[in-house]
Unconditional design. Sequence first.
Length: 318
Amino acid sequence: MAPAPHRHRRRNRRWPLLGFGFGGIAVAAAVVALAVGMSQAVGTRACAAVLPAAGAAQAGEVSGIATHYVLQALPNCSYPSPPADGLFVALSPGEYDNAAACGGYLEVHGPDGSVRVEVIDQCPGCGAGHIDLSEAAFSAIAPLNAGLVDVTYQPLVNPSLPGPISLLVKQGSSPYWLALLAMNAGNPLASVQVRSESGGGWYSLVRASYNYWVAQSGAGTGPFTVRLTDIQGHVVTVQGIALSPGVVQGTGTWMYGAGTTTGPAPEPASTPSRAPHTSRPVASATSGRVLSSRAAGEPDAGLEIPRQTSPPSATATC
């Protein structure tokens, strides 16, 4: 087991969601009654009136509210730094979905415009339809002093990518417990598989709620070949990933776009029950996430992540 990820404090405005109330229901009922009465008066069969919701969203859109907050340490998706443009969002627990939304993008429409944001965080106190934006993102759609605004938002498919895939091996990883974090995928990831370059088959990693993909019994000493599949079916395979905890390893490979080709679905992978290429017992460590309030505790100290200067070799398919 490995050390739990860092947490962060946040400040966020909490606002109640307002319903239509009895007055709105009464008005809607009156309109229905009037439509039915008029149809009966002219001798036609009465039909129930369908009242469209105000500002009905297009297919795939969500109507909700947005607030803003300040990121003060690592987000729930565990990315070592926020997007360079400062445009990001925290989702409610249901939409965060145990990290399944991490790395995806939303287009948010507000009173003063639209903005594209990356999903990097969770807002535990937010209900369905309540998104918490970075200050830079919120100020693109409304004045910061508005505090809370009505918005519509929808996920983006194959958004433009900020760069090629990079991978981070979690601190505490060893031949007997491995956790990988993938960055710059564009679409949320559906699976991560790994195999040792010294031989053996593919092993499926399991995504933790803090967005690392984990092999509980490890995958050996490496280096590894890693295969990433996103929810749109793009697949990339990168080679030469070292067992170097705390090092961001660039790959030079893009998840999709120029240089990628369409290919068959990847072969099935298995989940390892023991560490390949070793008979040693699983090393004892701590894993999992320490649950705490986003508003409690002091911010974590800054985390300096050394970067690998020479990227491993890579191939890409999608």
